[in-house]
Ligand binder design. Structure first.
Ligand code: ADP
Ligand code: TZD
Ligand code: MG
Length: 583
């Protein structure tokens, strides 16, 4: 999987004899180690001590995408990892640059995206004696926020260091890995022959993990006993790229399924077996639930009442054994990689042995119909000023039939409503705030998706969310990426109409600049800006922007009173029962 462009050790040795002098150094070994492992892109920010590393990598044919902030570089690397199953590489300078990137490493670990943050660091002797070096920080201390963290202390360990980082990032549940390269290791010289011999090409970095046959039988026996079965597909299922087998399992058994947000499109959202429009009903009434690459975390109400039936039984397909029983006992754990597990389920499945009860399918169909009608009525309203629904309807209609477009989505109302309204038709095309509900991933994910795929990206961003990463529009313009950013401008976090109850002049904590013109920002970098206030204007702007393929921002004015505080997460937002300051 890592071998897009690889060289054998023999080839390298020959090259070495022909081209390079008898001396090499850490910089060259890092680049050679990357090439040996098929790493073709680095996302980063240059500076001491990794400037020459970035330059050399570029000179050697590795694409370097330079960002304005390390967090976005890290997010781009993480989403590249999710999309390609190869660890995305983020390169940062020491201390502050490292810490900026670390947020993305922690987020990648939380979401199960494979990435490696490679950071330069200051001289160990000075750091360890805390003598105050330039950008001094003991960076390996951040290990708890990573899936794994390694430091290379001598140049001949660079190859093994990168190999360990690659394996840690992609094997098992993928995650964010930190690789610390002190400045002195980068500049250290060593014998070129010894250097090349120290490199390592990772063989089979994501070995198949075949589930035990008895776990497959146990799962199928339980499923055969179900009256009201349900399959839940999570982003682990999307990541696994076992699309055809997953679809076959669903269609062969006739079981209704629910996609988690980043699994939307794994089967097209208009698939007749999708129960997405009857979500609360199926969660509450299912008697046997098959989780495929989805965790029973807060996004699924921890698998507990009131969202779930207390008697429901769970089958869980996951690569991580310790995920089982994490929130609720799992009756039939299937531990293995999803590709192998779903294929084993299909092979062992006796035709006709699993059939959901007809009454169950009828109940779901009725609820879907009812909810679809209410949604259609909601979307058909055309309020002035424009609300979230009518703006999203316009985007949905432009994107229908353009299934190659990646959709990035973050914000609160912008995210929650966007997930419900925008249908996806292809796997791994929806990229969003994920497990943490984090803000600031938008532009990094947009760049990562555009760079790895060459396909257009539409980023639907709350105005607050966009602010966390907005300077990357310069990056998007510099690399001329086909990214259209639609800023849902309601003048605030959740809403734009909250007031300062002290009577003072400062705005409320949730309020942003009213009437901001985000479209003008991109004009500073030669991109195209649109300012729209109604669905017709949005339809035209988005259509034109996608046709042009040029970096674009659409400032989409949304009614400041249309949103809900905390979006769909009101129950998670503690409020003061004494005096909330709202009055
Ligand atoms: P969602 O948020 O979509 O519900 P989660 O991120 O909570 O999804 O869950 C994804 C799960 O998928 C994780 O528990 C992870 O261990 C698992 N996973 C990721 N890749 C694979 C794979 N290739 N095979 C099996 N399980 C996987
Ligand atoms: N900081 C980070 C890194 N992540 C967060 N999730 C938050 C802060 C808190 N937060 C949310 O959970 S949503 C949100 C913040 C600041 C922004 C919501 O405003 P928006 O979207 O403009 O992006 P809407 O459409 O106005 O709701
Ligand atoms: Mg907003």
């Amino acid at each position: 999987m890592l071998a897009t462009e690889t060289r054998s050790l023999d080839e390298l040795e020959t090259l070495n004899e022909q081209k390079t002098p008898a001396i090499t150094d850490g910089f060259h070994l890092v680049v050679e180690a990357m090439k040996l492992n098929g790493i073709d892109t680095i996302y980063g920010v240059a500076g001491i001590p990794i400037t020459d590393l970035a330059r050399l990598a570029q000179a050697e044919g590795i694409r370097f995408i330079g960002f304005r902030h390390e967090q976005s570089a890290g997010n781009a690397a993480a989403i590249a990892g999710y999309l390609t199953q190869k660890p995305g590489i983020c390169l940062t300078v020491s201390a502050p640059g490292f810490l900026n990137g670390l947020v993305a490493v922690a987020n990648a670990t939380t979401n199960g995206f494979p990435m490696i943050q490679i950071s330069g660091s200051s001289d160990r002797e000075i750091v360890d004696l805390q003598q105050g070096d330039y950008e001094e920080l003991d960076q390996l201390n951040a290990a708890p926020y990573t899936k794994a963290a390694f430091r290379v202390n001598k140049p001949e360990d660079i190859g093994i260091g990168l190999a360990r980082a690659i394996r840690a990032a992609v094997s098992g549940r993928p995650g964010g890995v930190y690789l610390d390269l002190p400045a002195e290791v980068l500049s250290a010289a060593l014998d070129a022959d010894a250097g090349v011999k120290s490199l390592a090409r990772v063989v089979d970095p994501t070995p198949r993990q075949i589930p035990a046959p008895e776990s497959i039988k146990r799962a199928l026996d339980l499923l055969a006993s179900a009256q009201r079965p349900l399959i839940i597909l999570g982003k682990g299922a999307a990541y696994a790229q076992a699309d055809a087998d997953i679809r076959e399992l669903i269609e062969e058994t006739g079981i209704p399924y629910l996609p988690m947000s980043m699994a939307k499109g794994l089967l097209p959202d208009n698939h007749p077996q999708s129960a997405a429009a009857a979500r609360s009903l199926v969660l509450a009434q299912a008697d046997v639930v098959v989780l495929i690459g989805a965790r029973l975390n807060w996004l699924l109400g921890h698998g507990k009442a009131p969202q779930w039936s207390p008697t429901a039984k769970f089958i869980q397909v996951d690569i991580s054994p310790t995920e089982m029983d994490s929130n609720r006992p799992v009756a039939a754990p299937v531990v293995g990689d999803i590709g192998s597990a779903v294929s084993a389920l299909l092979t062992t499945l006796k035709p006709g042995s699993i059939r959901p009860n007809a009454a169950w399918l009828k109940t779901i169909a009725e609820r879907k119909q009812h909810n679809a009608e209410s949604m259609a009525a909601r979307l058909a309203k055309n309020p002035n000023p424009m609300d979230f629904h009518s703006a999203l309807r316009a985007i949905r209609d432009v994107l229908a039939g353009k299934s190659d477009v990646y959709v990035v989505n973050e914000g609160a109302n912008t995210l929650d409503l966007g997930r419900n309204v925008i249908d996806m038709y292809e796997p791994r095309k929806r990229l969003d705030s994920g497990t943490w509900g984090v803000m600031g991933i938008g532009m990094g994910y947009a760049v990562g998706a555009a760079v790895t795929s060459g396909k257009p990206v539409v980023a639907i961003e709350g105005d607050s969310a966009f602010g966390f990463c907005g300077m990357e529009i310069e990056t998007i313009c510099r690399y001329e990426l086909p990214v259209v950013t639609v800023v849902f401008n309601n003048g605030g976090i959740y809403r734009g109409d909250d007031v300062n109850h002290s009577g003072g002049v400062d705005p409320s904590p949730t309020v942003l600049m009213q009437n901001a013109r985000y479209d003008k920002l991109i004009e500073a970098f030669g991109g195209t800006g649109y300012h729209v206030t109604d669905p017709q204007g949005l339809t035209k702007a988005l259509t034109d922007a996608l046709a042009s393929g040029k970096p674009t921002i659409i400032n989409c004015v949304i009614d400041p009173t249309a949103g809900t505080e905390s979006g769909h997460l009101q129950s998670l937002n503690p409020t003061s029962q004494i005096d909330s300051g709202r009055k």
